[in-house]
Design a protein. Sequence first.
Length: 507
Amino acid sequence: MTTTSTISNRGKWMALIAALLGWLFDGFEMGLFPLAGKAALADLLAPATTAGMTAQEVAAIKEAAAVDAGQWFSVIMAMFLIGAATGGVVFGWLGDKLGRVRAMALSIFTYAIFSGLCGLATEAWHVAVLRFIASLGMGGEWSLGVALITEIWPGKSRAFIAGLIGAAANVGFLLVGVISILLRTYLPADAEFPWRWLMISGAAPALLVFFIRLFVPESERWLDEKKKGSTTHWATRDLIGVLVGCAAATGVVAVWSPLIRVGLPVQIPVTLVGVAIALVCYMYPVWRYLQRADASSIAAGGQAISTSGDHGSTIRRLLFGASLTGVALLGTWGTIQWIPRWTSSLIEGGKGPAFGIEYASMMLAGGAIVGTILAALIADKIGRRITYALMCVGSLAICQILFRDDMTYGWGFLWLVCLSGAITAAFYGFFPFYLPELFRTRVRATSQGFAFNFGRVLAAIGGLQTATRANACGSVAKAVATLAFIYLVGVVIVWFGPETKGRPLPE
């Protein structure tokens, strides 16, 4: 049995600090656009000059720009999610082939540099492309950090550490609100909102790469797999399947995008085919790896892995994990991620404080920090499946309470936002605890990357539908409250998976 006894306590702590900082900055990068996106798109889509125009012409241009900004906002959010889904598999693949530490450093460098470059964008599509590339790294960092920490730290510590993983990302969300307030208070800016400086600050995590490469030890479980030769079964050509899956997912987003107007006769079949292709193609590297491992085992005179049930079990668990995370991610990005924009609508016309959006974002993150830690600890005590089911029921209930048309901005609203963060973000303390228990070491990073991030494809579609339904219903609140019923699906599907309470992490 592989152990981690030769890794010093200093090495364990260095790995934990690096991973927590990586997740913190991951959350920071994710929170940048939801907070700064409205101001950024208003600036980028504004006409170069309004000189010589009448007041009516200027008003018409501003109204059209506002519509375009709303459409671009939903598209950029969707492309971010597709990129994260793709990056989760690609960087997970790198983590299983080249090592957790090297791949994690590369993923952080990717999301930091390209997030920072958003501050230099001059067109809306620049932001869309840069956020897509940045999201590749964000999606990968999650699975790599989780794999590294769960393999280095002992089992008795995993529940609390899993909670810290989710909490760290939400500290990053909190940090976005704090920096936004500081920038708006102390920086002179030619725009109403200093969004460029906020985006440029996203490049800071690139410095973390040097710390990781110098001080963070590699997972001994992975090194043991490398010595056995199992890492050689990962093939670069298999990533072509991931690219095809990304293209299919992007096509689904395109047909639902408000920038491309097609009807349901096109949207429904394209969605069904596109999601099916993406599902198969994102799993393709793991499937091909297992086939090669089987063939190699037989050639060496051993028994094929699949004959022991590992091959089929891995595929089933990939689908099960993706279903669990799909519900949570669709719920989050179709509901809670709309809080900054909804808060903005509540405080329009001077009905709220100058930093009302930041306050709401910070309360949301504060609640999420508490919820993510508690979720993992509760799952360790009462079991994984019942904990997930309770989180789904709680998330549905809080969304119905929070998203009402008669809601007004005030302390009552802010405390509800805090509570919603604690309940709906609890999933992101739960998944770092549960997903590693579903997969063996040799495929853990790639499988986690797929299982956690494939749900982002569904979330991208759901997010676009929130915008569409909001326009149809005339209310973000109604659209969000309706989509929250997706949590009921999670209450059912969790019982089809294994209960891993009390079992050791698979070797």
